[in-house]
Design a protein around this ligand. Structure first.
Ligand code: FMN
Length: 273
């Protein structure tokens, strides 16, 4: 039987917090998370999918606005187009039994406001855009955790934002609907070599009463070693989280088109002022 200490050790390595607590099924699902990028051929059943969506809709939603929609993409040609948009992440988009695109959806609200002859005077505010991304993140994470609790696995596809116009065209998205990211779900292929990926020590991320800009300094070099150990286990040598940050955050060109987000948001009616 898995113990809470083992899961915390897998998540934090040498920096695992010491807790006296019993593992429960919710914590076990949360603490066991790992992204799954290879799937078997086995299908996700309709009942499983309905439960996954129910879990997503059970998430908190800002002011109960429910601006979240999801497109489940089964059509092979459309799936291939989305896989191409995702570039290096395309393989799991092709292969997954279920691929969903999470949509910020104010079009539903626009129609309902129109019915009541009320103007849409807030859709162009960055508050609306932020609310959309936040609600989607929260709902989709509920979906992924529900899937994991059912023995399935999955991974997000932020790379869908590499080419937003293609996604909009493929899914025929109207004004006030924006594709934020994808989520692939299926039965994990045990042949995939992945395991629980270490996270930063809690001392680096938790601040008490006021922000401590030096909170990270003592622990991050040690975390880099945990990160390297994890990747060595995946067959990748000399990995470094600190160098990864440098590569990922220093050059917008590495975003493969995602740096154009504001322009694409505006085109869909999200001026984000
Ligand atoms: C919003 C979001 C977008 C992501 N997009 C991608 C992606 O396009 N391709 C990919 O392989 N992984 C993607 N991931 C997965 C992350 O790389 C992964 O969660 C991270 O490396 C931590 O690994 P773990 O989930 O196994 O713990 C994404 C994760 C999030 C939260």
């Amino acid at each position: 039987m898995t113990r809470i200490e083992d899961l915390l050790a897998a998540r934090y390595g040498a920096f695992a917090p010491q807790v006296k607590a019993e593992l429960n099924p919710t914590l076990e699902t949360l603490l066991s998370h790992r992204s799954v990028r290879q799937f078997t051929d086995e299908n996700v059943t309709d009942d499983q999918l309905k439960l996954i969506i129910a879990a997503a809709q059970s998430a908190s939603t800002s002011s109960s606005l429910q601006v979240c929609s999801v497109a489940i993409v089964n059509d092979k040609a459309k799936r291939e187009r989305l896989a191409e948009v995702c570039g290096a992440s395309g393989e799991f988009v092709r292969q997954a039994p279920v691929f969903m695109v999470w949509l910020i959806d104010f079009a539903r609200a626009a129609s309902i406001l129109e019915l009541q002859q009320i103007d849409t005077n807030t859709f162009d505010l960055i508050e609306s855009t932020s609310l959309g991304f936040l609600d989607l993140g929260i709902a989709s994470q509920n979906a992924l955790l529900a899937a994991e609790s059912l023995g399935l696995g999955g991974v997000y596809a932020g790379s869908l934002r590499n080419d937003v116009p293609s996604v909009i065209e493929t899914l025929k998205l109207p004004k006030y609907v924006f594709p934020a990211f994808g989520l692939a779900i299926g039965h994990p292929d045990r042949a995939e070599k992945t395991s629980i990926k270490p996270r930063l020590p809690q001392a680096a991320v938790v601040h008490y009463d006021e922000y401590n800009p030096d909170a990270w300094a003592d622990t991050v070099p040690g975390y880099d070693e945990e990160f390297a150990k994890y990747y060595a286990g995946q067959g990748v040598s000399n990995a470094s989280w600190m160098r990864t940050l440098g590569k990922r955050l220093s050059n917008p060109e590495i975003l493969h088109g995602r740096q154009q987000l504001r322009m694409h948001l505006e085109a869909q009616g999200f001026d984000s002022k």
